[in-house]
Design a protein around this ligand. Sequence first.
Ligand code: UT7
Length: 320
Amino acid sequence: MTIYSRIVGTGSYLPSKILTNQDLERMVDTTDEWVFTRTGIRQRHVAADTENSSDLALAASRKAIEAAGIRPQDIGLIVVATTTPDMVFPSTACMLQAKLGTKGCPAFDIQAVCSGFVYGLGAADKFVRSGQYGYALVVAAEVYSRILDWNDRSTCVLFGDGAGAVVLKQDKAPGIMSCHLHADGSYADVLSVPGTVSGGKISGRPLLQMDGSTVFKFAVKALGEVAEEALAANHLQTSDIDWLIPHQANIRIIQATAKKLGLSMEKVVTTVERHANTSAASIPLALDEAVRDGRIRAGQHVLLEGVGGGFTWGSVLIKW
Ligand code: UT7
């Protein structure tokens, strides 16, 4: 009998502090008009100094676990996608496991920047499908506010903090129909945080830097291609997609992707206006919102697609 994995619970968390474009006007030489017309962003959430990625992950995970109707002890595998871990090590997944009050199950981080959730879901899907774990928790949590140069108007206006989580369960039918993951490390310099810890000191500049227009062009191309790849692999047409949930970096990237696919924006879940770009967390945040408000319903086809630093990109196609 073929085993599949199915999402049986979703959850998300946004820090309470909201930073609007008007707030940013007082910090850097920018305007709400510039930010909104270029990106579709009006505001972003920013974590408190006391909140780390594992805290955001914990809040999102508790909601996903509750929605799945299980207990933390039932989880056989924890995967956390983050670019902003609590510390060099232990992994944020281990920190989360301890905060959930469970032990023994494997827990590891995935680092694929904004594609992290799609990568994490792809990895967890394989473990669940192998029959080894009955339930897997896949979480993406980010505190990008910690790696931004708040004096650089070309980057600090784009990002926000948040977390999203799902619980995967073994099932006889999909569930997750396909995962396609890609990377091209030759673009490393285009989007990076080129710093590390060395000899007890920070070496390099540990703040986000980006060639925005190269990222923009690559993202539109990659998101279009990976959607076509998922459709072809599953013998589906664009018209079979009920909901597209792309990485939420810029409404213009999302609109260009939908146009390329011939998909109406009414079928695209967008949160970028309120959340900004929360990197790996953006897809599960949008997914949780659309599940909880009833847009996503049983039997529908939901296509998740991410793109980010690396470059990395990929898709997960789900029958809900
Ligand atoms: O998850 C993946 C991570 N990143 C992304 O997905 C980002 C992808 N890239 C983008 O979203 C867009 O390229 C940006 C939003 C970053 C930039 O939009 P753009 O339409 O490509 O603008 P631009 O870079 O061509 O900048 C145009 C102008 C420049 O001024 P000059 O040289 O034309 O005088 C910038 O200095 O806008 C200026 N500018 C700003 N002005 C006001 C850059 N940032 C700001 C700002 N406020 N915040």
